[in-house]
Design a protein around this ligand. Structure first.
Ligand code: GUN
Length: 295
């Protein structure tokens, strides 16, 4: 294997140390302790694990977390009511509704109900639009984590061809706009893209977020590329693999993220950073010009 591994765990740990200091400084200066409310509807095992990890990470850096677990058969109206209550609560600075939601609830309707100032997931249309305009209050944690992973690993983005496989609002679209903001040339591929390999072989930076194990094979990447695997696919034996055939792709590329231990820990670290920013916004310690998109 020739690729260097992009170790998301250790970079995320570094960010968590920084966030812990930021929390202490903010609390000392303003008297406010950042607070994240996580809302989980139902008991999907993967979502339950993600929420548990987020709550634990909050505790580790001194962020208060309020965990709201609701039954799977909760009505959409009742969920919207709960979100409205969190929006009004001045002690809650950040609100995260874990996805996916049960099929009888409209995700769009729910995500639109979260106050943009508390929308640490960056999924509200005003924050997605803000990203397009270059000045969102919040950007989704996974795309932010990918950008941070690249910049902290000294990967030059400007002028590179970035190919994104996946067009979700959670990962694909915001990642494409973040990388465009950094002056990459961006191609977005998706389920209807013909000859996916033709496009992925053009990539200097390849981000795969399609949710299909083994989708990207060794013949689909360029020598020396940087590969970010966002896939989290659970196998029958309980193991977790990404969307990229790790061993054969690692033979050809220069940098690659493992699954697990690549993007996942970065998502949690960036959520913590966003929560501190939400607290700053709430107590007037931050301007309303939006996040600084590193460049
Ligand atoms: N489900 C999968 N990824 C995410 C995420 O980043 N945020 C939320 N809220 N739900 C998710």
């Amino acid at each position: 294997m020739s690729a260097r591994i992009l170790d998301g765990r250790s970079i995320a740990q570094e960010i968590r140390r920084e966030v812990r200091l930021e929390v202490a400084e903010l609390t000392k200066r303003t008297g406010s302790v950042p607070c994240l409310a996580t809302v989980l509807v139902g008991n999907d095992p993967a979502s339950t694990t993600y929420v548990r990890n987020k709550v634990r990470a909050c505790e580790e850096v001194g962020i208060v977390s309020v965990r709201i677990d609701l039954p799977a058969d909760l009505s959409q109206e009742a969920l919207l009511h709960e979100i409205a209550r969190l929006n009004r609560d001045p002690s809650v600075h950040a609100v995260l509704v874990q996805l996916p939601l049960p099929p009888h609830i409209s995700e769009r309707r729910v995500l639109e109900a979260v106050l943009p100032d508390k929308d640490v997931d960056g999924f509200h249309p005003s924050n997605l639009g803000g990203l397009l305009a270059g000045s969102p209050l919040f950007v989704a944690s996974t795309p932010l984590g990918i950008l941070e992973l690249l910049t902290r690993s000294n990967v030059t983005i400007e002028g590179k061809h970035a190919v994104i496989v996946g067009w979700s609002v959670v990962v694909g679209k915001p990642t494409a706009f973040l990388l465009l903001q950094q002056q990459a040339t961006v191609t977005i591929c998706h389920i209807k893209t013909r000859d996916l390999g033709f496009h992925t072989r053009q990539a200097d930076i390849l981000v795969v977020a399609a949710g299909k194990p083994g989708l990207v094979t060794g013949s689909m990447v360029k020598e020396g590329a940087v590969v970010i695997d966002v896939g989290v696919n659970r196998l029958a034996d309980g193991g977790i693999v990404g969307d990229v055939s790790f061993s054969e792709v690692a033979e050809k590329v220069s940098l690659i993220t493992p699954v697990p231990g690549g993007v996942g820990p970065m998502t949690v670290a960036m959520l913590l950073k966003n929560t501190v920013q939400a607290c700053r916004l709430a107590c007037g310690a931050a301007g309303r010009h939006g996040v600084e998109l590193v460049r």
